[in-house]
Design a protein around this ligand. Structure first.
Ligand code: TYM
Length: 346
């Protein structure tokens, strides 16, 4: 049996996050990272810091280095256990870039240009100003995933199109050469698939938000965070009711409240029946502060011990490479690359 067809003792999951900010935001946490910590119990987990994706737009080298450590510390603070999960840096596993090239060679130029993220960014700043790396980003992402043959990829809704391309490329490769890749499924729980901006609840919460008031940065001073929640945009009326179309602001806050407290949205509606938005937001601010305060303390403590973070990332890269290298050997063989013969064997 070839290595890519070996049964997995536990099905794998894989996901990644870009180190493009000093702190993850509440959308990253609720939409993705929290699921990573939960799923690690039942799956064989691989989580990585996508530093190669982070250079598709202009960046500062010193900041990227620091943010890579910050991302690692935050994953651990969020409950991703380095003993159980491989936590690694993308560039520590060269197979990602190597398989990325092959994915680029089976993707149509038009197909790549049609990807939403590329279309949006190039429309904003002009196609002449975006990098080729931004165009080929989804192919690198397909490689990130397919190397590990995961069953699920836990991400937020904004990554769905990338997952669909990944499945298309896997199928194309399997069909053109030989069955090599497993078709991964996106794992996107509906309740937290898209956390919205607090000031503009029709746009997703994002680090590139137009106003910082709409973004909950998890490592921010908890007092600032509480204030942002209390000043979140609500809708006309005064009833705390889940209605995505009529009350997108309150619907978003109810989702956040429910996700962090574990209380069903219906129960929250009952709890706040007859009370105003003010009481509701004040209580939600407390719930959010209760989450961010220990998260921040844990992250800062981990950041004080770089040697430990280096150790975690080295162990993660070792686990990841063991899997990735075997997949790449199969892929190279199937596309017809002659295997290198070590001079000692000749
Ligand atoms: P990134 O770094 O932008 O975001 C990390 C994760 O956070 C999720 N997310 C959200 N979820 C809900 N509501 C929001 N407002 C929100 N904002 C962000 C994202 O969906 C993501 O899951 N391309 C990826 C990184 C990546 C990757 C991969 C992921 C590279 N290779 C392979 C999975 C598998 C990205 O830019 O995520």
């Amino acid at each position: 049996m070839s290595s890519t067809q070996e049964p997995q003792a536990r099905p794998r999951i894989l996901s990644g996050i870009q180190p493009t900010s000093d702190t993850i935001h509440l959308g990253n946490y609720l939409g993705a990272v929290r699921q990573w910590a939960q799923l690690q119990e039942d799956f064989e987990p691989f989580f990585f810091i996508a530093n190669q994706h982070a250079i598709t737009v202009e960046h500062d080298a010193k900041l990227l280095r620091e943010r890579t450590y910050r991302a690692a510390a935050q994953l651990v603070a969020a409950g991703v256990d380095p003993e159980r999960s491989a936590i690694f840096v993308q560039s520590h596993v060269p197979e990602h870039a190597q398989l990325g090239w092959i994915m680029e060679c089976i993707t149509g130029f038009g197909e790549a240009r049609r990807m939403t993220q590329f279309k949006d960014k190039s429309a904003k700043i002009g196609e002449g100003s975006v990098s080729v790396g931004l165009l080929t980003y989804p192919m690198l992402m397909a490689a990130d995933i397919l190397l590990y043959r995961p069953q699920y990829v836990p991400v937020g809704e904004d990554q769905r199109q990338h997952l669909e391309l990944t499945r298309d490329l896997a199928q194309r490769f399997n069909h053109r050469f030989k069955k090599t890749f497993r078709l991964p499924e996106a794992y996107i729980p509906k309740a937290t698939a898209k956390i919205m901006d607090l000031q503009d609840p029709t746009s997703k919460m994002s680090k590139s938000a137009s106003s910082p008031a709409g973004l909950i940065d998890v490592l921010d001073d908890p007092k600032v965070t509480a204030k942002k929640i209390r000043s979140a945009v609500t809708d006309s009326g005064s009833e705390v009711r889940f209605d995505e179309a009529e009350k997108p602001g309150i619907a978003n806050l109810l989702r956040i409240y429910s996700a962090l407290s574990g209380t069903e949205i219906e129960a929250l509606e009952k709890q706040y029946a007859g009370k105003g938005y003010g009481d509701f937001k004040k209580d939600l601010a407390d719930v959010v502060v209760e989450f961010v305060t220990p998260f921040r303390d844990r992250t800062l403590a981990l950041l004080d011990d770089r040697a430990e973070l280096d150790r975690i990332l080295a162990a993660g890269a070792e686990k990841a490479r063991a899997v990735a290298a075997r997949t790449l050997v199969d892929v190279y063989d199937r596309v017809g690359f002659v295997a290198p013969v070590r001079s000692a064997d000749q």
